[in-house]
Design a protein around this ligand. Sequence first.
Ligand SMILES: Nc1nc2c(ncn2[C@@H]2O[C@H](COP(=O)(O)OP(=O)(O)OP(=O)(O)O)[C@@H](O)[C@H]2O)c(=O)[nH]1
Ligand SMILES: [Mg+2]
Length: 199
Amino acid sequence: MNFAASDAVPAAARDDDVPLHTLKILVAGGFGVGKTTLVSAVSEVRPLRTEETLTDVSADVDDLRGVEGKTTTTVAMDFGRITFSGGVRLYLFGTPGQERFWFMWDQIAYGAVGAVVLVDTRRLTTSFASIDFFEQREIPFVIAANVFDGARRYTAEEIRDALDVDPHVPVVLCDVRRPDVAKNILVTLVEHSLQQAGY
Ligand SMILES: Nc1nc2c(ncn2[C@@H]2O[C@H](COP(=O)(O)OP(=O)(O)OP(=O)(O)O)[C@@H](O)[C@H]2O)c(=O)[nH]1
Ligand SMILES: [Mg+2]
């Protein structure tokens, strides 16, 4: 199956004769790493977001170190959709990042063919739980390291070593606020998932 990020087209412009292959994809990672941003950047439908304001009450519960400027957080999930020409449609499910919502992950992950694990290189440990989750369930994943403003730059290999992920797991550096970049990550993930499944 061959498709490229530049092939992403609005649903309305698709040739309706092309059969659709629908795939469920997860967008995971720690608190404040950019999951909602990625889903919103690429979705061809108005993304479903479940943002709530971070309050003083949650300050004792949520670890805001490194993301002090954050004012809202995802409390259930994000949902979006993207269709590529050639008939591949991805349903994107963004997981909630904070520990107090991890109990939902199994339900959200049900039937997923792969996951994007976003990491913030200033706070790598916040994404460890996501990596463990997908490794244990043998769900293929790619690591997407968001290059946040002011953060020290690392190479993909340095990030791979720091996260201790297998050599076959793709690691990419990105800015998921850019739709073209975010689409490329999804293409990388689908290709990786197909390869892992033996296609
Ligand atoms: N510089 C930079 N900022 C980013 C990038 N991705 C996201 N951001 C910013 O980081 C902040 C947090 O992004 P969110 O998308 O809310 O993060 P999240 O992972 O959904 O957060 P939770 O749902 O609370 O876990 C937002 O202000 C984004 O604009 C990136 O690639 N580069
Ligand atoms: Mg979010």
